[in-house]
Design a protein around this ligand. Structure first.
Ligand SMILES: Cc1ncc(COP(=O)(O)O)c(C=O)c1O
Length: 360
C-alpha cells in the first residue's frame, strides 16, 4: 500500500497541535455538497441493521444499481468500495502484464504488484494537457493483458472521449480494460460518456464508486460491472458479507429512489462548474501556479517556483490540507491537487495560496 493517500487529517492536526476537526480537508476528492439528505436520514434510521448479518452477496443493492443503469444484474458485483475490485482483478484474471495510463491513482499499480502482475505505465505529459495519445497507448496495450484507465482521471481531472476507449476495446479484444468511472458522475456529460451500458464489449470492466459522489467513503461501497465471463471470474474470489449491513441498506435505498439521483447529480455538476470557475478566476493572476483543466471536483496545479512540500506545509499552517502529488508516478514535487468545497472555503484556500506563492 502506498502511504500518502488524501484525507490524512490526523497527521496534520498532530503536527499543528490542534483538534482534527479544525482541519479543512481539501485533499480527499469528495462531493462538496456532502451526502444527499436522504442518505443521512436512512443511515440514522437504520443503525440497527448492523445487529444482523447482511445479504452475503449484497444482492438487493446490486439489483438496484442494475435497474438504475438498465443492465443485467448478473453483470454487476457490489464490493467494499471499488478498492476491493482494484485489488482483486489482477489475481482473479491471472493477469501477467498490466498497463496503467498515468499519471493516475496509485492503487492500480499497487494491486498489480501485490499479485505479481508486471506493470508498465504510459504517462501523459503536462505539455499535452495530460491527454493520452491513442496510438502510443494502443501500441503498449498490445503487450498487456490488463489495462487500467481512470476516466475522469485522478489526479489530473482529464476526461477522455468514450470513442477513445471503445477504439482500444475493439483493437485489443483479448486485453481486459478496467475503466474506473468513480469520478464520472461529477462530469457535465458523464451520463453520455459512461461505459456501464456498453454491454457488447467482452473485454470491459467498469468501476463505479459510491464514495465520491455521495460523500460516503467511510461506508465503503462500490460496484464492478461488465462482461459476464469476466464478472464471473472476479465473483469466484468474492468473500461473503463483503458489503456491511448499513451500507447495503443505504445503497439499496438510493437506487429505490432513482427520481432523486438525476437531480442530485445535476445539482452537483452545476455547483462544481460554477465554484470551480470562481476558484480558478481567483488564482488566475498567480504566475507561479498553473491549473490543469479539470472535468471533476478536484484541480491539479503545477507550481512553477515552489515545491509541493513547501506549499502544502504553508497552506497547512492555515489548517488546510491539500494533496502533495509528488508520489504519483509521472508527477513530481511541482504538483499539488485541491478538492473543492464551498465557496468560502475555496476562497480561503486561494488566499492562503496567494500568501505562499507571493514569496519566491
Ligand atoms: C480513481 C479512484 N478509484 C477508486 C478509488 C477508491 O474508492 P472507493 O474504494 O472508496 O470506492 C479512489 C479513491 O480515492 C480513486 O481516487
Amino acid at each position: 500500500m502506498i502511504f500518502g493517500h488524501g484525507g490524512n487529517k490526523t497527521t496534520l492536526s498532530q503536527a499543528l497541535g490542534c483538534p482534527v476537526d479544525d482541519i479543512i480537508d481539501m485533499s480527499a476528492n469528495l462531493n462538496p455538497l456532502g451526502p444527499p439528505e436522504q442518505i443521512k436520514t436512512v443511515m440514522m434510521e437504520n443503525l440497527s441493521a448492523i445487529h444482523c448479518l447482511p445479504e452475503p452477496d449484497a444482492r438487493s443493492m446490486t439489483q438496484g444499481f442494475a435497474r438504475f443503469h438498465d443492465i443485467d444484474p448478473d453483470t454487476v458485483i457490489a464490493g467494499n468500495g471499488t478498492t476491493w475490485f482494484i485489488y482483486t482483478i489482477p489475481r482473479a484474471l491471472n493477469a501477467k502484464k498490466a498497463l496503467v495510463l498515468g499519471p493516475t491513482y496509485s492503487d492500480y499499480a499497487d494491486a498489480c504488484r501485490m499479485h505479481g502482475t508486471a506493470t508498465a505505465h504510459w504517462i501523459a505529459d503536462a505539455e499535452d494537457k495530460f491527454l493520452p495519445d491513442l496510438e502510443a497507448v494502443s501500441q503498449m496495450a498490445a503487450q498487456a493483458d490488463l489495462v487500467f484507465i481512470c476516466n475522469p482521471n485522478n489526479p489530473t481531472g482529464v476526461l477522455v472521449e468514450q470513442a477513445f476507449i471503445t477504439e482500444l476495446l475493439q483493437r485489443h479484444p483479448r486485453v481486459c480494460f478496467v475503466v474506473d468511472e468513480s469520478y464520472l458522475p461529477f462530469a457535465a456529460d458523464g451520463d453520455e460518456i459512461s461505459l456501464i451500458r456498453a454491454g457488447k464489449f467482452p473485454n470491459l470492466l467498469v468501476l463505479s464508486s459510491m464514495s465520491k459522489i455521495f460523500t460516503i467513503p467511510g461506508l465503503r461501497t462500490g460496484f464492478l460491472s461488465g462482461a459476464k465471463p469476466l464478472i464471473d471470474r472476479v465473483m469466484a474470489y468474492y468473500q461473503p458479507w463483503s458489503v456491511n449491513a448499513l451500507a447495503q441498506v443505504v445503497i439499496k435505498n438510493i437506487f429505490d429512489h432513482p427520481e432523486l439521483i438525476a437531480p442530485f447529480y445535476e445539482k452537483t455538476r452545476s455547483y462544481i462548474t460554477r465554484e470551480k470557475q470562481i476558484f480558478i478566476d481567483e488564482v488566475a493572476d498567480l504566475p507561479a501556479l498553473v491549473t490543469v483543466l479539470s472535468h471533476t471536483c478536484f484541480i491539479l496545479a503545477e507550481l512553477l517556483h515552489h515545491t509541493a512540500f513547501q506549499v502544502c506545509r504553508q497552506v497547512g499552517f492555515d489548517r488546510i490540507l491539500i494533496r502533495d502529488c509528488s508520489n504519483f508516478k509521472g508527477l513530481d514535487h511541482r504538483f499539488v491537487r485541491f478538492s473543492l468545497k464551498d465557496r468560502e472555503t475555496n476562497l480561503k484556500l486561494a488566499a492562503s495560496l496567494r500568501k505562499v506563492l507571493a514569496h519566491d
